[in-house]
Design a protein. Structure first.
Length: 277
């Protein structure tokens, strides 16, 4: 085979390999778990016939449809008071306020944390294949390294008790109408460096009323929002989050989110006291 032909064949093979790699990378980026609409699943860690840890995992982008989905999910809990463990890039402000209000109405706790379902890959820790619809999924929960950006802290504010780890990332941006400008980037693709657009005083008033009702210092939160760049986030320090009331507790290294569960022993199985005599 002539050298030129061999070179062309080799070059074509390399090009094809590079193209396949790029397409796979693009496909993975297009299905980033953090960009999926938020969903809610019941998760447990351990043998619940003996003792285990249970929580509600809430992860994904907050959309206008999320409150309806959350209300339907809450109806399945009945009177159970499980903590809501959330990780989100944020999303729709009105939807976040509605979810936070539902959480407060049910007197539930919130925590910023990330859930890893058993046997799911690290790049897709809540893979659909391991989500048990209408039942309990098995996994672990970690507060360290979790994130809560944009409208996410508004959901967390709904908790009666609100917790995060020392290295949790909490991000606030300027109060805006949430609409993208022409330089925002690809359609329907969130860019954390280009969240903010035009300021909106109507939303500020609505946020102030909500935060104050939740026991969060709205003036201090607005001050931190003002420190964000027009197209970026202000990263809240632990001390600031505690001072403003965005969180009420910082987890120690030994603590993680979740509710410790031990099944009650039925009365019929309880040991009866021995008769005297």
């Amino acid at each position: 085979m002539p050298k030129l032909a061999r070179f062309v064949q080799f070059s074509s093979g390399v090009f094809a390999l590079v193209l396949i790699t790029l397409l796979r990378t693009y496909a993975a980026a297009a299905d980033d778990p953090g960009d999926r609409p938020m969903n809610f699943i019941l998760v447990s860690d351990g043998d619940c016939s003996d003792s285990c840890v249970q929580w509600v995992s809430a992860e994904g982008a907050i959309t206008y449809a999320t409150p309806t989905r959350f209300a339907a999910f809450l109806s399945t809990l009945k009177n159970r008071k499980l903590p809501i463990v959330i990780q989100s890039v944020g999303g729709d402000v009105d939807a976040a306020l509605a979810i936070g209000q539902m959480i407060r109405n049910r007197k539930l706790d919130t925590a910023i944390g990330r859930t890893q379902l058993n046997d799911c890959p690290m790049l897709d820790p809540r893979c659909k294949e391991k989500m048990v619809k209408g039942g309990w999924s098995s996994g672990t929960v970690r507060s360290g390294g979790a994130y809560c950006f944009s409208a996410c802290p508004l959901v967390v504010a709904g908790g009666v008790n609100r917790a995060a780890a020392p290295n949790t990332s909490i991000g606030l941006h300027q109060i805006t109408n949430g609409k993208k400008d022409r330089n925002y980037g690809p359609v329907n693709k969130r860019n954390l460096d280009a969240i903010s657009t035009r300021k909106d005083d109507r939303i500020k008033e609505k946020l102030g009323t909500y935060l104050d009702a939740m026991g969060v210092q709205s003036k201090d939160v607005f001050a931190m929002m003002g420190l964000a760049t027009p197209h970026g986030l202000y990263h809240v320090l632990d001390e600031e989050a505690l001072k403003t009331g965005l969180i009420t507790k910082v987890y120690s290294l030994e603590e993680e989110p979740g509710l410790a569960f031990t099944p009650e022993v039925p009365k019929t199985l309880a040991k009866k006291p021995k008769a005297k005599g």
